[in-house]
Design a protein around this ligand. Structure first.
Ligand code: XUL
Ligand code: MN
Length: 347
C-alpha cells in the first residue's frame, strides 16, 4: 500500500552548518546542484521561500520577479520536480527587525504586504496554490512592545491581503511558540485555526504543522495533526524531531522519540492524508558535525523512517487493537505498540 505519500523539503534543509555560535563548517551548494539531488534522495517536490525561487527579489520590479519565477518553473520541470509551496521570507530584511505584519511602523507593514503579494505571484508562476506563513518575528521580546489585540488584527489584515491577491490561493500558517521571539502571537494549531475564522475567506486558511514547533509548545504533534484534520485544514506538515524544550532543533524524523513519530505517521495514514495531493514535508537539519558528503543523509533517513513506521502501523492487527480498546486493556496495547516498534510484532 505504501506509495501514496510524496515527499518534499526546502533548499534550506541542505546547509552549511553555521549556528549562532560558529561559522559555516561545510561548503555552500548552489540551488541548481541541490535540485539535482532531490530525486536521488527520494523527493518529488520542493518547498520554496520566495527568495529561494527569485533571489534578490527586493531589487527587481514585480514583472521581473514573475519572469524569474517562470524560469524557475522551467528548471523545476527539467528536474521532474513540482513546487509544493512558497513562504514569504520576512525575517531577514533590516526593515523587519521588530516584525513585519505586526510591526508598529506602518511603512514596514506596507513592505510586508507588498512582499507577500509578490510571494503569491511567485506561487502562481510555480504552479502551486499554497503559501506557508511562518510568522518568525510576529511576536515580542517584552510584553509592552506590541498590543496583542492589535497585532492579531494586523495578522488578519496581512492574510486578507494575500487572499485578495489571487482567488484560489490558500494560506497554511505554520505555528511556532517562540524563537526567534520570546512570545509569538500564533503559537499553536488552535491559534492558527482560530485566526482563520476572522479572515475574509476562512476556507482558504489552514495549517502547516511542524513536529518540533508543536513539541516546543508542549503539545503532542500527532494530536495537533488530528485536530487540524478534523477541520480539514492540514494542508502540509513539517516533520522532524525535537529533544525537549530547547532551541528549535529540526532533528531527523523519529530520531528522538520513535513512538511520537509513529503516532504522527499513523494519524496521517489513518485519515488518508496525501490522497488529495497533500505532500509529506520534512524540515530537518543536518548535524553541524556532518562532513560535506554526509550532509544530506538526514533527509533520506527521515523519509526512510517515515516509510518504515508506515509499514509498522499498517502491519498492526487492528481487530486486536479494537478488542484491547474495548476492554480498556491499555497495558496490552502499550506492549503491542512497543514490540511492534522493536520489530517484534507477533500478531
Ligand atoms: C522555522 C521554520 C521555517 C519554516 C519555513 O522554524 O520551520 O523553516 O518552516 O519558513
Ligand atoms: Mn518549518
Amino acid at each position: 500500500m505504501a506509495g501514496q505519500f510524496r515527499f518534499t523539503f526546502g533548499p534550506w534543509n541542505i546547509h552549511e552548518g553555521a549556528d549562532p555560535f560558529g561559522p559555516p563548517v561545510r561548503e555552500s551548494i548552489t540551488f541548481n546542484v541541490k535540485l539535482a539531488m532531490f530525486k536521488d534522495l527520494g523527493f518529488d517536490g520542493v518547498q520554496f521561500h520566495d527568495d529561494d525561487a527569485v533571489p534578490n527579489l527586493n531589487d527587481l520590479t514585480p514583472a521581473q520577479v514573475v519572469n524569474e519565477a517562470g524560469k524557475m518553473a522551467h528548471t523545476l520541470r527539467d528536474h521532474g520536480l513540482e513546487a509544493e509551496f512558497v513562504a514569504p521570507r520576512l525575517w531577514e530584511d533590516p526593515r523587519t527587525i521588530d516584525g513585519a505584519y505586526t510591526a508598529n511602523d506602518p511603512k514596514v507593514r506596507e513592505y510586508a504586504h507588498d512582499r507577500s503579494r509578490l510571494s503569491v505571484d511567485i506561487a502562481r508562476a510555480l504552479d502551486t496554490d499554497l503559501i506557508v506563513l511562518w510568522l518568525a518575528r510576529e511576536g515580542t521580546y517584552i510584553r509592552e512592545a506590541k498590543d496583542s489585540k492589535v497585532a492579531t488584527e494586523r495578522l488578519v489584515e496581512a492574510i486578507d491581503c494575500m487572499l485578495e491577491a489571487a482567488p484560489n490561493i490558500r494560506i497554511a500558517i505554520e505555528p511556532k511558540p517562540n524563537e526567534p521571539m520570546d512570545h509569538a502571537f500564533l503559537p499553536t494549531t488552535g491559534h492558527a485555526l482560530a485566526i482563520a475564522a476572522l479572515t475574509a475567506d476562512p476556507d482558504r486558511v489552514g495549517v502547516n504543522i511542524e513536529s518540533a514547533h508543536a513539541i516546543l509548545a508542549g503539545m503532542d504533534p500527532s494530536d495537533e495533526m488530528g485536530f487540524a484534520l478534523a477541520f480539514d485544514k492540514l494542508w502540509t506538515v513539517h516533520l522532524n524531531d525535537q529533544n525537549g524544550l530547547k532551541f528549535d532543533q529540526d532533528k531527523s524524523f523519529g530520531s528522538v522519540d520513535l513512538r511520537r513519530a509513529f503516532n504522527q505517521v499513523r494519524i496521517l495514514d489513518t485519515h488518508d492524508y496525501g490522497k488529495r495531493g497533500e505532500w509529506v514535508g520534512l524540515d530537518v537539519k543536518a548535524m553541524r558535525t556532518q562532513k560535506d558528503e554526509a550532509a544530506t543523509l538526514h533527509l533520506s533517513n527521515s523519509r526512510e523512517i517515515f516509510l518504515a513506521l508506515l509499514e509498522v502501523s499498517r502491519n498492526l492487527n487492528q481487530d486486536k487493537i479494537d478488542e484491547m480498546i474495548a476492554e480498556r486493556d491499555y497495558e496490552a496495547l502499550d506492549r503491542m505498540i512497543m514490540l511492534a516498534l522493536l520489530g517484534k510484532n507477533k500478531e
